[in-house]
Design a protein around this ligand. Sequence first.
Ligand SMILES: Cc1ncc(COP(=O)(O)O)c(C=O)c1O
Length: 237
Amino acid sequence: MTTIEATDVHEILKKHQLTDGMDIVLDLEQSTGPWVHDSRSGDKFLDCFTCYASWPLGYNHPGLNEASFEKELLTVAKANPSNCDLYSSHMASFVDAFATHVSPEGFDHHFWVAGGSLAVENCMKAAFDWKARKLGRTNFHDNVNDLMIVHFDHAFHGRSGYTLSVTNTLPDKVGLFPKFHWPRISSPACEYDHDGNICNDVEALEHQALAELRAFHESWSRRGNYKHIAAILIEPN
Ligand SMILES: Cc1ncc(COP(=O)(O)O)c(C=O)c1O
């Protein structure tokens, strides 16, 4: 068990890393369902954040506290093997449960990756691979920089290599890194009034987005510089 007092948590972390996170100390034992317990103040807060949706079951879901599940989790966490090379019955049981309870019908094959940026990045790699083969490319030395990802304004897709080229929410997080210049289209996002009704002309924005995409296409063609769209990246929030 940790012996660090809740009142010392931020100070200790501050000595060794950036601490621009929330001004509470998450109590992993007392937080339940949608309620985050702050072990420093003793207050609890309704969680409208869910760790960016990576905590979809809420805190301390009773199913996660079952002894048999805890035992299995510990066995697997202690080993953390490279599952692409070494298979275990734990892995087969997870994959089978996921494939039969979570995956939509028609999606028979899975690619496992932890983290949003790497998930998006691997989708882009799959799209590039698909497009390159569709174009008949097999020579690994050819210039392939004519493949692109169409993406939108106001989009957050992560901050790994490829995703830096398509994330455009906070300039100070992406501004100093070299990027691919792929077409960025204005985002036809809905705006809602206080009653939940759409209050902007989304259809006009969609026409605008299509016009921008056509304009990109024409400007490449005019310059004799044909580019191929490998994918359109959309992550609605
Ligand atoms: C829509 C979206 N895409 C990608 C990411 C990147 O995920 P990660 O921070 O796990 O790399 C996030 C993270 O918040 C996200 O909200």
